[in-house]
Write a protein that binds this ligand. Structure first.
Ligand code: SF4
Length: 162
């Protein structure tokens, strides 16, 4: 599968997953602002900075970034950042994804737990977003170097939806 074709179904699921994950982050942001405006501001900074680091580390090396990014927004952001040649992801690239994701996941947990139901809403949205990506976005993606794609390649071939 090359990065030439992006079906409507994959784009729809790609956008849906972004909405689900960003809604989870919005729930976390509101909980943190209510708990402590300072922590809310730090989380907002981490979210914006972390997203830019993730896009630069991962998406800017993705061959699908210009025309076939099913998530649309990261591909658009990647084309605004300095271009990097598609190729194997290095340890630094993977760290550029793992570190922001870990911070963004762990940081709001205490505030979310103190409110009760937003904690469950947050994890429900995160789980639905990840499930949507693995089931409907990864299959058909042309980024052969993607570790997530590689892990689910068997599933991807079986459930090709393009
Ligand atoms: S397909 Fe995935 S890795 Fe490629 S630009 Fe879009 S979000 Fe980034």
């Amino acid at each position: 599968m090359e990065c030439r074709h992006l079906s409507r179904q994959r784009r729809l699921h790609g956008l849906l997953s972004i909405v689900l994950l960003d809604t989870a982050n919005l729930v976390a942001l509101i909980a943190m602002f209510i708990s402590s405006p300072t922590q809310g501001l730090i989380f907002l900074f981490c979210y914006l900075g972390g997203s830019a680091v993730i896009v630069y580390s991962y998406c800017s090396k993705c061959p699908c970034r210009d025309q076939a990014c099913a998530h649309v927004v990261p591909g658009m952001l990647a084309s605004l950042l300095p271009r990097r040649r598609p190729g194997k992801y290095t340890g630094a690239d993977l760290l550029g994804v793992a570190l922001p994701v870990t911070v963004l996941l762990i940081f709001p947990q205490s505030a979310l737990m103190s409110f009760g139901w937003p904690f469950y809403l947050y994890w429900g949205l995160i789980s639905a977003g990840i499930l949507d990506i693995v089931m409907f976005v990864c299959p058909g993606c042309g980024n052969k170097r993607c570790l997530v794609k590689g892990r689910h390649s068997g599933f991807a071939e079986e459930h090709e939806i393009d």
